[in-house]
Design a protein around this ligand. Structure first.
Ligand code: GAR
Length: 196
């Protein structure tokens, strides 16, 4: 049983590196995972250096080179389909995706809040500053709604008196755990659907 992964990222890439470290060319729960494709929309992203540590190359597709969202998405879709990817992971990929992408690609997204709360790009700050006593992280299927597809997994924690830095660190620790678990879980589902 073999799962070919694509990872899309935009910046720091700590989740991307965690996937490479824990799953790339490894057999977990009877599934052999291979990261075949790393795509980044930002040529200055630190994640590009992380990818190189694993003897892989990132494909840079800069959204600024396209006038329409759909044109950019089409290039992404072509790359992903060309590489025969089973599952695409958005790990800090800060782009809204059109139906050109969502109707053609099976993808999951990591988000730093307890969805459906605090969608969008400032989730960590909004969740920290809210009156809520708990916060958390989510992984969901990607559809055309912003951070709105079916939720696959969530982890919550009590905010207590954490400083913003402690809060942010806690979010990232939980993200690293939940994303790996969600990739394994969704891969099992994909293989089952394909009768493998
Ligand atoms: C993560 O916190 C992820 O949840 C967030 O970007 C960060 C990427 O960190 N994604 C979103 O906010 C998507 N709406 P990383 O580059 O270190 O993995």
């Amino acid at each position: 049983m073999h799962i070919r992964l694509a990872i899309l990222f935009s910046g720091n890439g700590s989740n991307l590196e965690n996937i490479l470290k824990k799953l790339h060319k490894k057999k977990v729960k009877g599934i052999y995972f291979e990261v075949v494709l790393c795509i980044c929309n930002n040529k200055n992203a630190f994640g590009i250096q992380r990818v190189e540590k694993y003897n892989l190359k990132s494909i840079i597709i800069d959204h600024n080179d396209y006038t329409k969202r759909e044109e950019f998405d089409e290039v992404l879709v072509n790359e992903i389909q060309k590489s025969k990817i089973d599952l695409t992971i958005l790990a800090g990929f800060m782009r809204i995706l059109s139906p050109v992408f969502t109707q053609n690609i099976k993808a999951i997204n990591l988000h730093p809040s307890l969805l459906p709360l605090f969608k969008g790009a400032n989730a960590i700050k909004q969740s920290y500053e809210s009156d809520m006593k708990v916060a958390g992280v989510s992984v969901h299927w990607v559809d055309e709604s912003l951070d709105g597809g079916e939720i696959i997994a969530q982890k919550a924690f009590e905010k207590k008196n954490l400083s913003f830095k402690e809060f942010e660190d806690k979010i990232h620790i939980l993200e690293h755990q939940i994303l790996i678990q969600a990739i394994i879980e969704t891969s099992e589902k994909i293989l089952k659907e394909n009768n493998v």
